[in-house]
Design a protein around this ligand. Structure first.
Ligand code: PSU
Ligand code: MN
Length: 300
């Protein structure tokens, strides 16, 4: 009733074949139309080419859908006013039978309900700069603490306080695994200056660590941090300057609550138009390739 799993996705799950979950906030709130739809469909194609079944997740007329059709993805990209739905919003949107775009937290919730273990996205939410005063810590981090889904991302954007985000994840027992890197990538950049404890060199090594965690009953997520391909990375002083301007705008306008992240993402996009969008698209493709391989190893 609350959950609808696409038949192809269900069949793969029943046969222990790899499935990769995908979020819809990135479609409805992360990129402009039509690039959002084009990217979401290409990501699904890449997942398939790498041997897994894609399951784009969103809420349609109050039903949590795991595995949208291409038409539904198109509608998520086009339709105005689709709510951004994190954990606290989910029951209301479902009860009111509305449409909702799922954040990392909510995509993890629905993936776990459906039995999907691996989820690919661009960047996760985290501890915001100034959280000491504002208490603004993304619900994504709490979800990673409790829900058994592995999340492949390109790290987190420097709109966040990245050192505090890593501290929070450590406290909550969430492993952060660098893929072929010992440094936390920061979305548009390969570097953040923050060292990771674990560098993993293959999808199998990552799948083994995920399995060990869950087979021991250590509940919660795992972050796989996959740096953006070098050729698409943005120059750090350029992007950090843009982020500082965006943060100043948000402060001046008194943006708060769930609007902070979309405001900052939109401001960064506007100030770099063209440049950041292409990088964003390419890093998601890169994550899709890795996520499908991890899901495949996990099923072996
Ligand atoms: N960071 C990005 N791109 C995104 C998001 C975060 O670089 O699209 C989205 C994700 O859906 C994430 C959400 O789960 O924003 C976090 O929002 P908040 O900080 O309000 O929890
Ligand atoms: Mn927040």
């Amino acid at each position: 009733m609350y959950l609808k799993v696409n038949p192809e996705v269900q069949k793969a799950l029943d046969n222990n074949q790899p499935v990769v979950a995908l979020e819809s906030t990135i479609i409805s709130h992360g990129m402009p139309y039509p690039q959002n739809v084009e990217t979401a469909l290409n990501v699904e194609k890449i997942i398939r080419e790498n041997g897994a079944v894609p399951a784009t997740i969103g809420i349609i007329d109050g039903v949590c859908v795991a595995g949208m059709t291409p038409d539904e993805i198109e509608e998520f990209g086009k339709r105005k006013g689709i709510a951004k739905v994190s954990r606290r919003d989910l029951p209301v949107i479902v009860a009111k039978k509305q449409w909702g775009a799922t954040t990392v937290a909510t995509t993890m919730i629905v993936a776990a309900m459906a039995g999907i273990k691996v989820f690919v996205t661009g960047g996760i939410g985290g501890v915001h700069r100034g959280a000491q005063q504002t208490f603004d810590i993304s619900a994504d981090l709490q979800e990673l603490a409790h829900t058994n889904v592995a999340v492949v991302c390109a790290g987190a954007k420097a709109i966040l306080d990245l050192p505090l985000t890593l501290e929070y994840l450590e406290t909550q027992g969430v492993p952060v695994l660098g893929y072929k890197t010992k440094e936390l990538p920061s979305f548009y950049s390969i570097h953040s200056g923050l060292e990771l404890d674990y560098e993993m060199d293959s999808p199998k090594e990552i799948a083994d660590a995920i399995k060990a965690k869950w087979e021991m009953g250590l509940n919660g997520g795992v972050i796989i941090a996959n740096p953006i391909p070098k050729e698409y990375a943005l120059e750090e002083s350029f992007i950090n300057g843009v982020i500082d301007e965006a943060l100043a705008d948000a402060n001046k306008k008194g943006v708060h609550g769930k609007d902070v992240t979309p405001f900052l993402l939109a401001a960064v996009k506007d100030k770099t138009e063209g440049k950041s969008l292409n990088s964003n698209i390419q890093l998601v493709y890169n994550n899709a390739r890795l996520g499908a391989k991890i899901a495949t190893e996990y099923c072996k």
